[in-house]
Design a protein around this ligand. Sequence first.
Ligand code: PEP
Length: 265
Amino acid sequence: MQTSSNRKKLVIGNWKMNGSSTANASLLRSVLPVISRFESVEVAVCPPFPYLTTVADLLDDSDVSLGAQNLSSQLSGAHTGEVSASMLHDIGCRFVLVGHSERRALYSENDDLVAEKFAAALRAGLIPVLCVGETLAQRQGGETEAIVTTQLSAVLKAVGIQDLVKGVIAYEPVWAIGTGETATPEQAQAVHRHIRQWLADEDRAAAADCRILYGGSVKADNAEQLFNQPDIDGGLIGGASLDAMSFAAICRAAEANPTTESIAI
Ligand code: PEP
């Protein structure tokens, strides 16, 4: 059965722990004139916490949205060093990354905590970007689909399918993040397809509308091939989002490959 989709391409720059007031202003001065002009692509950037408000001001006259890289699962109170979902919403964030592999690996975030963060983001009116993906050993062991399904299932169990698809899913194979090693368009499409089918088993219409981004060493020269895959709805971009020319070219590749076709699920 064919189901038509309403998915607008989305490109999100994850600046990670990089930047300074001067560097951020200079990057945005170069890139905003290009990336503010798109019709069929939504663009967002996720600076480190200290720069969120100044970047919000710099984005003010553009269509580019603001996102954060992390949030607390807690609402408020005695959680020194943490930042709540409502604070992020208050300062103008639209998106927040949840369960990035660097948080899972370096800061011991497990599936349950990620699910709590996802729920906290939604409650505050943010759009959580749920990152899932397998390590190289897991891929080599044939576990890719099982790992991704387990990561998604924790969030499904916590919030249910209707709330899960209020977020965005980012498939980010861990072996491709920051390594220069990119999944081939076929490898990425196969996992995106699996994720959409898994969503469709819960709710077909929700699956058709849910945006699934690819992340992992997306560059100007591979973005186009990735973005023209039928189940790839844009990208989560790390290193290349810090370079104005590269990020602009990646956004242009998304604009050139709008999601127009129906998908069979
Ligand atoms: C990321 O940080 O989510 C990412 C995909 O990084 P990179 O593009 O540098 O691989």
